[in-house]
Design a protein. Structure first.
Length: 436
């Protein structure tokens, strides 16, 4: 080893000894300082344990409205139940209070294009839109029958479907029995016996002769065995069962005439609009045959039975048809005015989430929390729907992106809250059950 290397090692050793001596001296100085307690040295600080998250309940993501009080296998799907933890957004739920909803991340409302509206109170002066078809008025039907045995002498060129005026001649009948009865009446009339004359006149009435015919026989002193029968009402010939030369018996139907003024408009109204129907309600009809024209009528009757196939009510409206333009068989777009009921809570129809078993809305709080709530709906018209239970005036709901929020709440296991004002049975969607 060279002399230079030996000197370097010596210098390093000397430096280490000096540092060791300085440390020992400093320790002795601290130990001898007044008030020093060697047993009071601070213990090493342990790392904080992560806080345990409280489990509120377990649920099946495919059926989040059903809650379970312990883990296990889902009775609905082949999977384990998922825990629902108590987070700040649902801390009140862990204390047995109503769920305040799910906190919305900052900027999420802007990303989703969320728009909120406040429920308002008002009257829903609605109207019912439907399709109808014009039909003959079945309350205005006349049947023409033969009142005695006889023969058809003449038919006045009529056929089913022809429009006839009141009193228009239809058929000439030869009634032999009427001729003989009128001869007896003239014989009694010649005698001048008032009592016998009244009895003979009554007999002619019983045979079916009209007062006009009896007066004519009495005035002309001639028998009238050939009788012309005219249409008893103005309308359309629906059935004509006579031909020239045929024999008819008493009571045989010769013709059926249906009146054409007024006509009926028969409308199928969906069952949801049944509450807005009332007798005498104004009805407006628009026909493709008369573009730009509106015909006005009123509800004449509401049939008691609904159509089992379409679940709709049949409503008959009456329309004046003096000019005959409303032909039975034409279809029309119909608007039935429904009277405004009492004031109710109204929301936009677009804000309502309709479900198979329940309808709901998405409540949005001022701090951005959101939660679904079950509501009971009434009538719907003009883009608004009545809320009968579950929502108060002024409460904010989502008018857009509500389906995304509802899906998110379902995935997070937040069951829709039952209506606060509902007086019926308690919703059991949040009732806890034991997992199998």
């Amino acid at each position: 080893m060279t002399e230079q290397a030996t000197n370097s090692i010596g210098r390093y050793a000397m430096t280490a000894l000096l540092m060791l001596a300085a440390g020992i001296a400093l320790g002795m100085f601290i130990a001898r300082s007044p008030g020093h307690d060697p047993q009071a040295m601070p213990a090493p600080v342990a790392a904080p344990k992560p806080a345990e998250r409280k489990v509120l309940y377990w649920y099946d993501p495919m059926k989040p409205e059903q809650h379970f009080d312990k883990p296990g296998r889902s009775p609905f799907m082949d999977m384990d139940l998922v825990p629902r933890y108590a987070e700040p957004a649902v801390a009140s739920q862990a204390q047995g209070k109503q769920d305040d909803g799910i906190a919305m991340a900052q900027g999420m409302a802007r990303t989703l294009g969320l728009r909120t509206v406040a429920a308002r109170r008002g009257r829903l002066a609605s109207s019912i839109d439907a399709i109808g078809e014009f039909q003959f008025n079945q309350r205005d039907v006349a049947t023409l029958q033969s009142r005695a045995d006889g023969f058809v002498e003449r038919v006045y060129g009529r056929a089913p479907g022809d429009v006839v005026a009141r009193g228009a001649p239809l058929v000439d009948l030869l009634l032999p029995s009427w001729g003989s009865a009128q001869q007896e009446f003239l014989a009694v009339l010649a005698l001048g016996d008032t009592r016998l004359l009244e009895a003979a006149r009554t007999r002619l009435h019983l045979l079916g002769m009209s007062d006009e015919l009896i007066r004519r026989v009495e005035r002309t002193r001639q028998t009238q065995a050939l009788i012309t029968l005219g249409s008893p009402i103005a309308g359309v010939i629906m059935n004509l069962e006579v031909r020239s030369g045929m024999r008819v018996a008493a009571g045989d139907t010769l013709a059926v005439i249906n009146g054409s003024d007024p006509v009926w408009l028969e409308v199928a109204v969906p069952e949801r609009g049944a509450t807005g129907l009332a007798l005498g309600a104004p009805v407006r009809a628009e026909l493709a045959a008369y573009a730009g024209e509106v015909f006005e009528g009123k509800v004449a009757s509401i049939l008691p039975a609904a159509d089992s196939a379409t679940r709709s009510l049949r409503v008959r409206a009456s329309f004046a048809n003096a000019d005959g333009r409303l032909h039975p068989g034409l279809s029309a777009r119909v608007t039935i005015a429904a009277p405004a009921n009492v004031e109710t809570v109204l929301i936009p129809s677009a804000a309502l989430i309709r479900g198979g078993q329940q309808d709901r809305v998405i409540m949005v709080a001022a701090d951005g929390r959101y939660a679904p709530r079950v509501v009971q709906v009434g009538r719907e018209a003009a883009g608004e729907v009545e809320i009968l239970h579950g929502l108060d005036e002024g409460e904010s709901i989502a008018a857009s992106a509500q389906f995304l929020l509802d899906a998110d709440a379902s995935l997070k296991g937040l069951a829709p809250a039952a209506p606060a004002t509902h007086t019926g049975h308690t919703e059991h969607s949040g009732h806890e059950q034991h997992a199998p």
